[in-house]
Write a protein that binds this ligand. Structure first.
Ligand code: GLY
Length: 541
């Protein structure tokens, strides 16, 4: 009898695990498991809840990537990234003298790509969800109607954006008081227009974003704000199923994404080249280690920015970038002995925080979902549609002009030019790690290009430097892309010795307060456990 009870307890399935950047969204999501939902139901609920409680990045007016591994082990990549409106053209963001008008691709209605979040979530739910659609939408509707209490950090974030909201009557009616001041910490933010929008989505599904009053409202606001969106753009938008990019490393199978994400190529190029025995021997703090990893990431960014974009625009096989011969060739050059200039030094400061958000979900049956979703910059284009939701500025992820930096300092090539109907290249990198047939980790991060180096470092910390999950998440990070050649590092990442070493080899360096916001699930001590980034206010359950 005792034995049976013991077996039952030790084999009792856990309820599922979820990690998001916002506690209300996590709680709302975990309630879906109590209703009998699977990881896809829970992820769809998380996405809509974040659109209410995390307006800087959670969204209805943006896009993202949905990576799903079924309990049976099939993997799927649903791309719901924004597309360029049909009226787009390569010169859209150039002024009369041919120079890039940077604010046009970042602020206001001209910066907006055709959003995919609502149709994407509806498609994920249609394919793999288990609960009724309305049930999955219910927590978000309730949060919008009943409100949520702003934390110090979320009110500071609104205060940062207040000057932009002040220019948009709809956004100011939601986020500012009658004096034009953003709501303080402790304020319960209710969003009745957004609740009505969510109710309509609960009624109509993805079609609510193809035609009807929501689209009419968006088009009217876009026209008034100088945008180029049309009814056909919304009618024609389709989420796409894309190949999952999987590769093997350290005895693990990594499920990552193919273009228009640069995540799969970047992670395979960097992780599989970082196999030098010196790395494990010297450990993560050594200057040589930091320099070697930085050289690998700079090199991978060169390929990313030159070759990648919407796969519909490629006239070559992107898989050549991860072909064995090519990776072997590159590996030969990799070392922590030197700094390799990637061009004449340029100074592209990070102009604003890279707001995107990632959440990870596991269901009790072993289904795993890894989703990164974004408005691009914080609060996107800083314009709100009449239905009470913010619109993305994803058009800035295209290369407005080859050789000119975007808001993240990325200087990109012709394959990422602004072309009608195309999706801009993305750094969003949701990942699922499989070990001996069982999901071992689900993770991802926001951070523009720093997504790539953040996700890579958590994987290196956990699987190469064998840190426990908490340490792998907390360990200070750094970031190096090709341009600028500066290595950005969080406090504590470099000690006196490693800093002196990097200085000696000629590596420019700059301190950065924080990099990434990883929400992950790891198999740890016999169950899937949610881990959130100690840098932020997320909650894992
Ligand atoms: N908007 C950030 C990214 O897609 O990389």
């Amino acid at each position: 009898m005792m034995m049976t009870l013991f077996l039952f307890l030790s084999l009792a399935p856990q309820e599922g695990a979820v990690a998001t950047s916002e506690p209300y969204a996590t709680v709302a999501t975990s309630s879906i498991f109590a209703e009998g939902g699977n990881a896809v139901d829970a992820a769809v609920a998380a996405s809509f809840a974040l659109a209410v409680t995390y307006p800087a990045a959670g969204n209805l007016g943006g896009g993202g990537f949905f990576l799903y591994r079924t309990p049976q082990g099939e993997a799927h990549f649903l791309d719901f990234r924004e597309t360029a409106p049909a009226a787009s053209h390569p010169d859209l963001y150039l002024d009369a003298s041919g120079k890039v008008n940077k604010s046009a691709s970042r602020l206001g209605w001209r910066a907006v790509g055709i959003p995919g979040s609502v149709t994407g979530m509806a498609e994920a739910h249609r394919r793999w969800g288990r609960l009724p659609w309305k049930k999955v939408l219910a927590p978000a509707i309730w949060l919008a109607e009943d409100g949520y209490v702003l934390t110090k950090k979320s009110s500071q974030s609104l205060a940062w954006a207040a000057k932009y909201f002040a220019k948009d009557p709809m956004a100011s009616s939601v986020f500012l008081d009658t004096h034009g001041t953003s709501w303080p910490a402790g304020h319960r933010l209710k969003q009745p227009e957004l609740a009505a929008t969510l109710r309509l989505i609960a009624e109509k599904g993805g079609d609510a974003f193809r035609r009807g009053p929501l689209v009419d409202g968006i088009l009217k606001a876009s026209r008034a704000g100088g945008g180029i969106l049309t009814a056909e753009d919304f009618r024609d938008y389709r989420p796409e199923m894309r190949p999952v990019h999987h590769f093997h490393w350290q005895g693990l199978e990594l499920l990552t994404l193919s273009p228009p994400s640069s995540g799969g190529v970047f992670l395979e190029q960097t992780l599989t080249s970082l196999v030098h025995p010196k790395l494990s021997i010297l450990g993560p703090m050594a200057g040589w280690t930091v320099q070697c990893i930085g050289e690998a990431t700079a090199l991978a960014f060169q390929d990313r920015n030159r070759w990648l974009g919407d796969p519909d625009g490629f006239d070559f096989a992107w898989t050549d970038l991860v072909a064995e011969d090519y990776l072997n060739h590159r590996r030969k050059f990799l070392s922590g002995d030197r700094f390799t200039p990637t061009s004449a030094p340029l100074n592209h400061p990070f102009l604003e925080s890279e707001e995107t958000t990632h959440f990870s979900v596991m269901d009790p049956q072993g289904g795993a979902v890894s989703v990164t979703t974004t408005l691009n910059g914080a609060y996107g284009a800083k314009v709100m549609a009449p239905g009470g939701f913010l619109m993305n500025n994803e058009m800035d992820d295209f290369a407005a002009a080859p050789g000119t930096a975007n808001q993240f300092g990325l200087v990109q090539g012709k394959y990422n030019a602004v072309v009608a109907g195309r999706r801009p290249l993305s750094s969003m990198s949701p990942v699922i790690v499989v070990k001996e047939g069982r999901v071992d980790a689900v993770l991802g991060s926001p951070g523009g290009p720093t997504i790539l180096t953040t996700v890579m470092q958590v994987l290196l910390n956990r699987y190469l430097f064998t840190m426990n999950p908490k340490a792998a998440m907390a360990f200070p990070r750094f970031h190096r892309q090709d341009l600028p050649e500066v290595l950005h590092f969080e406090p504590g990442r470099l000690n006196d010795f490693s800093r002196a070493y990097l200085k000696r080899v000629g590596q420019p360096m700059k301190r950065r307060s924080s990099l990434g916001d990883v929400n992950a699930i790891f198999w740890w001590e016999g169950e899937w456990r949610a881990f959130t980034d100690p840098r932020h206010e997320g909650l894992g359950l």
